[in-house]
Design a protein around this ligand. Structure first.
Ligand code: NAD
Length: 487
């Protein structure tokens, strides 16, 4: 098996195994080949991980923030040096093309370690005068933070959650998605190599039950989940029962609005990036593409021409632009959504079927699919598909498109293409979405707060804003005079 790790879990600075745990088969979805076999964590592994994280955190919080930052930045350097190997592993874990992973995954993880490494020593409080007395505040760590990952960006999610938590003086237990267990183990190795003391970044594998056991563990102070709304609801309830901090990065059905004065080629690029990158498996994708009536014909022609040129193939071939979906089960779900597009009366412009790729006959490929004449009530316009399926909806005026764009329980992201800057800001201002773009789509530097409104989530990841979600404020009143008591 070509990607078998030393062992399933990384606990207290070392690889550990417990074969009593349920098997986790790791499949390369582009070929169906089994590339690794791991085991889900047993209660013993969970206890060991929590105990080591708890022990290590006390010392880490007392480590000078500048030293914490240095270790994170060293990890970033190692990640950059190993970008090729990490990208190949990300491709094997997910089926995303190497052409993407070499620029998007380990590198964005490295950026997070650099960014939070730099911020670690800026964490500070304030001094609030009270006459001669005063109050001071300190930003302190939360304790043991649990990260639970989705399968679409296994390296990036493991780094985003780890970097912010560690910078603030917390320890981390990360549970990757059972579908993509490999990449986070490499992050744990790299952090250890960079000098991170043992116990501060643990990787515990498992299915939902392991996630649930960790969420309810009394020693866990914070849970950050990247996943679906359904899982978010369960995890948030369980965390609520223990009064724990939460960050929820959940699903979306985001609008991308293209006005008639837009730069049409740029808008087509935005729609392609926001629907077909990572074979459409990106939470913030602009899957409801609202196009103003007068330009719809031109937009569709250009979009179709460019979509037909997307090179689908072996994800490890550097020329491949679109790889496979994550798994056979997920592919069936996506094909099921496409079926509802037909049943509900949308017009298929291209794609719509499972694709066959030479050498990947057992792979999970779905063609880049465009539906037009989509209406707001169709299931493809309401449900998150998480695959390469773009829906075009026509609109006539601004007021109408704002109302329709907001008519969803989700609120993760939104985009607007127009040359009228006043309109761009006016429309964005009224869209109920946490992360928005004007004249681009899905640009996500680590400096930009990311996170959804409505059912798409709670809290923010990335940027300075994430520091608020991985630390808490301690207030101290210092009395400089006497204390008077009426009793
Ligand atoms: P999922 O909800 O099925 O699983 C996410 C994680 O939760 C997995 O690690 C899983 O094992 C774990 N889990 C499942 N049940 C649990 C429970 N009861 N308690 C604790 N943990 C549990 O999601 P997925 O299929 O892995 O990922 C796709 C979803 O993730 C999509 O909805 C997508 O939009 C969303 N997503 C959101 C973002 C974001 O940043 N907003 C990013 C990527 C993916």
């Amino acid at each position: 098996m070509r990607a078998q790790p030393q062992a399933s879990h990384f606990v207290d600075g070392t690889y550990v195994e417990d074969k009593a745990g349920a098997q986790i088969e790791c499949i390369y979805p582009a070929t169906g080949e089994r590339i690794a076999l791991l085991h889900s964590a047993t209660p013993d592994i969970i206890s060991r991980a929590v105990a080591s994280a708890k022990r290590a955190q006390v010392e880490w919080e007392r480590t000078l923030p500048a030293e914490r930052g240095r270790i994170l930045r060293r990890a970033a350097e190692i990640m950059r040096e190993r970008n090729h190997d990490l990208s190949v592993l990300e491709t094997l874990d997910t089926g995303k093309p190497y052409q993407e992973t070499i620029v998007a995954d380990a590198l964005s993880g490295a950026e997070a370690f650099e960014f939070y490494g730099g911020l670690a020593s800026t964490l500070s409080g304030e001094c609030i005068p009270q006459g001669e007395s005063f109050i001071y505040t300190k930003r302190v760590a939360l304790g043991v933070c649990l990260g639970i990952g989705a399968w679409n960006y296994p390296t990036q999610i493991a780094c985003y959650k780890g970097a912010a938590a560690l910078a603030c003086g917390n320890s981390v237990i990360f549970k990757p998605s059972e579908v993509t267990p490999l990449c986070a183990l490499k992050i744990a190795e790299i952090l250890a190599e960079a000098g991170l003391p043992k116990g501060l970044y643990n990787v515990v594998q498992g299915y939902g039950d392991v996630g649930a056991a960790l969420v309810s563990h009394p020693e866990i102070e914070k849970v950050s989940l990247t996943g679906s709304v359904a899982t978010g609801s369960k995890v948030m309830s369980a965390a609520g029962a223990g009064i724990k901090h939460v960050t929820m990065e959940l699903g979306g059905k985001s609008p991308l609005i293209i006005f008639e004065d837009a730069d049409l080629d740029a808008a087509v690029s935005g729609a392609i990036l926001g629907n077909f990158y990572s074979a459409g498996q990106i939470c913030s994708n602009g899957t409801r593409v609202f196009v103003q009536q007068s330009i719809r014909g031109d937009f569709e022609r250009k979009l179709l021409e460019r979509t037909r040129k997307i090179r689908m193939g072996d994800p490890l071939d550097p020329d491949t632009q679109m790889g496979s979906l994550i798994s056979a089960d997920h592919m069936q779900k996506v094909l099921g959504h496409i079926e509802t597009g037909h049943t509900d009366g949308a017009r298929l412009m291209c794609g719509g079927k499972q694709a066959t790729v030479p050498g990947g006959e057992r792979g999970c490929y779905v063609e880049a699919t465009i539906f037009s004449d989509v209406t707001d009530d169709m299931r493809i316009a309401r449900e998150e598909i998480f695959g390469p399926v773009l829906s075009i909806l026509e609109f006539t005026d601004e007021e109408e498109v704002i109302r329709r764009a907001n008519d969803t329980e989700f609120g993760l992201a939104a985009g607007v293409f127009t040359r009228d800057l006043t309109r761009a800001h006016r429309v964005i201002d009224r869209l109920q979405a946490g992360t928005c773009w004007i004249n681009t789509y899905n640009a996500m530097p680590v400096e930009m707060p990311f996170g959804g409104f409505k059912q798409s989530g709670v809290g923010k990841e990335n940027s300075r804003a994430a520091l608020d979600h991985y630390s808490q404020i301690k207030s101290v009143y210092v009395e400089m005079g006497g204390v008077e008591s009426p009793y």
